[in-house]
Ligand binder design. Sequence first.
Ligand SMILES: Nc1ncnc2c1ncn2[C@@H]1O[C@H](COP(=O)(O)OP(=O)(O)OP(=O)(O)O)[C@@H](O)[C@H]1O
Ligand SMILES: [Mg+2]
Length: 342
Amino acid sequence: MTLSLAQLRRCSVAVDLGAARTRVYLKGTGRIVDEPSVAAVNMRTGGLIAVGSHAEQMAGRTPGHIVVVRPISGGAVVDIAMAQRMLRQFVGDKVRRAWRRKPLLRAAVCTPFDAHPLAQTAAVETLTGLGARRVELVDTLVAAAVGCGLPVEQPEATMIVICGATTTQVAVLSLGAIVAAETVPLGGDTIERVVMQYLRNEHELVLAGPDVRRPLHVELGGPGAGPPSVVHGRDAATGSHRSVRIDPEGLRAVMYSPMTGVIDAIGIVLRRCPPDLVADLADRGIMLAGGSAMLPGLDTLLRQATGMPVHVADEPDVCAVEGLGAMLEGRVLPLHLEALAV
Ligand SMILES: Nc1ncnc2c1ncn2[C@@H]1O[C@H](COP(=O)(O)OP(=O)(O)OP(=O)(O)O)[C@@H](O)[C@H]1O
Ligand SMILES: [Mg+2]
């Protein structure tokens, strides 16, 4: 079903529920939440101890009765009740009171391309539990393309690659609609995992428990960090603290190895596109969005692999929620905004 922009303009809040971060945009105000999608819970009392960055800092440092959970994974809300509690804390009392006064609160949520109906229902239930009377679902690809400033409403092809934490979505859009798209279960988390495995196999260094997530690849490949040199961790055999000097080239090769899946997905999407649109893409190239688009060198890697120009969006991590926000504010006028109405 096609969702009109008029319906979206009636929404007062836009939400992007990501595996790594939750973002909320309030109409007329802007982005009010951009926090890690993490909650710390006391298992004895069931009470919520912390959410967002506070809860993330607790990971791996809590006593047994406190667990750090992630209610969103793989582009879907996997624990609706916890996601609602987390969001309630994020938006705070002031906004919640304002929402309560609005008898017809409408919310817009972005969902990944081809999201399973159960994942769509979970996203809707999460928001209705927070007081939304109606929830509009918008494809993340369309929202992010708008957020990147791509001319989605024009009759010319634009390619977007959204590199998230657990999923990467590749699509060609034209006239506000998705012409061809592909989703791969790869992202920043996958890169982080292969880096951990590399350190374990090559250096017998253990960095953290399985439930502890540390954006290690961001630290190691980050701007200004120069060639990564010393990493601190635990010796796999003795358990004692140890530091190792690592080979930056070896590490970089490992970090980019999962990206072959993304390169394959780009090839699949291009093959599914009509030739005229592919000709447009040769000039326009690929727009990278999503938090993992900030991985240094990713644009060069994709440029070399595809032979196409590659651009990184200005604020790649917030493109989707900002695009959705722009639709709510009526700042964009896609002709045929294709989205999923509930
Ligand atoms: N500066 C950076 N350099 C490299 N990677 C980064 C940087 N900042 C964030 N990331 C990575 O980006 C990912 C988060 O991106 P994003 O916020 O788009 O994810 P998400 O929307 O929560 O996840 P998903 O869309 O998969 O549900 C994390 O894996 C994080 O490690
Ligand atoms: Mg995302």
